[in-house]
Design a binder for this molecule. Structure first.
Ligand SMILES: [Zn+2]
Ligand SMILES: [Zn+2]
Length: 134
């Protein structure tokens, strides 16, 4: 770990001694949120994420973050699904839904294909040939 530096809190923007991504206040708020959400889900394990949000005022994005962090286990909560980070479809695993993963994969392979084409063009002209003889 390096020496802590002053930085802006990634949540409230306050200047603080950067030992984590957000300041003590926001950290405390997150822990309070976690306790509230976890307590509610312990009492009502059949709740949906909206019900947790309405009852505890913890934001859906924050609850989703707890799930991603492994602090709330969806496997014990049959109705707890959360919105896909990209399109908002309700999912129960990962950060994005399978449709978005597919779209992303397609985009990625498109970009790779374009890169390959550019490389092939370069190699075909001069680059590859000259390099071999230098
Ligand atoms: Zn903060
Ligand atoms: Zn999606």
């Amino acid at each position: 770990m390096g020496t802590p530096k002053l930085g802006n809190c990634s949540r409230c923007g306050k200047l603080f001694l950067r030992i984590r991504n957000f300041c003590d206040e926001c950290y405390q708020k997150q822990e309070d949120d976690f306790l509230k959400a976890a307590a509610f889900l312990r009492d009502f394990p059949g709740s949906t994420i909206q019900e947790v949000n309405e009852a505890t005022k913890v934001t859906v994005a924050q609850i989703r973050q707890f799930i991603w962090d492994g602090r709330i286990l969806v496997s014990d909560l049959p109705n707890l699904s959360y919105p896909c980070e990209t399109c908002g479809n309700m999912i129960r695993a990962g950060r994005t839904c399978s449709t978005c993963i597919e779209t992303l994969n397609k985009l990625a392979s498109q970009i790779n294909n374009e890169k390959n084409e550019i490389n092939q063009e370069r190699n075909g002209k001069t680059g590859g040939y000259i390099k071999n003889y230098l």
